[in-house]
Design a protein around this ligand. Structure first.
Ligand SMILES: C[S@@+](CC[C@H](N)C(=O)[O-])C[C@H]1O[C@@H](n2cnc3c(N)ncnc32)[C@H](O)[C@@H]1O
Length: 327
């Protein structure tokens, strides 16, 4: 039995789980799937209820990850040939190719912003669109990916290993002011704390590993206090967002939705922090201002939040699902 820590997107350990508890749902039993690559889909029941996949409908999953949502949607549509699974992570793509080896579905190893723009240019349209933003459990759990300060690893944080720019580049080359800016904007850290952190980083760099950086941040903020969230949590979030340009990615994807979604089609977006959720909310609110000309009907007047609707799934704790239909 392999043990793994289940960690939420804030980097907090939620519980230790044994892989045997959640065997991966292999699409094809002939293909071996590494059981350490576990990712339990969040808000699955509500996502399926609101996206309401029907036989014959085409599907694009912009963050297919380990195929948890995709397997369930595709099992209901039965429409593989016109469906696409996108992920920028090569491990995820390899896993998906194994899991869906017997299906005629397409895989796209690129960022969802690039994929969305390319497909929109090609005039491709879909009945169902899903984006389950953020990082997967395997990305957080594998220390060599450098996303977590709980397990020491290289300061990497790239979702796409073909990309050059890593967290080490940000930490070791950005000016103090640039660090303050990303820690306040993307980490939502108060300005005085961001200044202390950025100053400590610039004084003590270079950093190459997650643990020494997390320790330097904790020290700059006066150390850890009790069982509270680790003082480096927000800075690590900021670094991850900067390295992967996560907010720019969401903005570019949102702009493509009117082109990619067929009339009557449904789009679901699951976000894990307020910076993303605010963008999604504002996008649909702006559209609604167009009155009769608006393109979407929001199906979730309030977001479906994981803390209320998916209490048995610890990763859902900070998840928010918004769903809209194209008119
Ligand atoms: C939360 S996981 C998705 C899990 C998936 N829904 C499942 O059930 O297995 C997020 C996935 O999105 C991918 N991802 C995040 N941002 C991306 C982007 N901008 N472009 C493409 N993939 C992205 C990550 O690599 C990760 O595999």
């Amino acid at each position: 039995m392999i043990s793994s820590f289940l960690v939420d997107h804030d980097g907090d350990i939620l519980r230790e789980m044994s892989i045997k508890e959640h065997p991966p749902q292999s699409h094809s039993s002939q293909h071996t799937i590494d059981s350490s690559q576990i990712h339990v889909p969040v808000l699955l029941a509500d996502t399926l209820r609101l996206l309401a996949p029907k036989p014959g409908e085409s599907y694009i999953d912009f963050t297919a990850g380990y195929g948890g949502h995709a397997a369930e949607v595709l099992a209901r549509t039965g429409e593989y040939a016109s469906s696409v699974l996108v992920d920028r992570d090569s491990n995820a793509i390899k896993f998906l190719q194994q899991r869906f080896a017997d299906a005629a579905v397409s895989f796209s190893h690129m960022s969802f912003a690039d994929a969305a723009e390319q497909l929109a240019r090609q005039g491709r349209t879909f009945d169902i669109i899903l984006a389950d933003l953020g990082v997967s459990s395997p990305q957080l759990d594998q220390s060599e990916r450098g996303f977590s300060f709980l397990h020491n690893g290289p300061l990497d944080m790239r979702m796409d290993d073909r990309q050059q720019h890593s967290a080490a580049d940000v930490v070791n080359t950005y000016s103090e002011q640039q660090l303050i800016d990303i820690i306040t904007q993307y980490g939502e850290e108060p300005h005085a704390r961001a200044r202390s952190i950025a100053h400590a980083i610039v004084q003590q760099r270079p950093f190459y590993e997650t643990e020494p950086l997390a320790e330097a941040i904790a020290k700059a903020l006066g150390g850890r206090r009790g069982n509270k969230r680790h003082p480096a949590t927000r800075t690590f979030q900021a670094l991850r967002i900067e390295v992967n340009q996560e907010l720019q990615q969401v903005d570019r994807l949102l702009r493509c939705l009117p082109m990619l979604l067929r009339p009557g089609g449904r789009v679901g977006i699951i976000s894990f922090h307020s910076l993303e959720d605010r963008r999604v909310k504002q996008f649909f609110a702006e559209d609604a201002k167009n009155g009769l000309e608006s393109q979407f009907t929001v199906l979730t007047k309030k977001p479906i939040d994981g803390a209320t609707y998916d209490v048995h799934q610890p990763r859902s704790r900070s998840a928010k699902l918004r769903v809209a239909a194209k008119q």
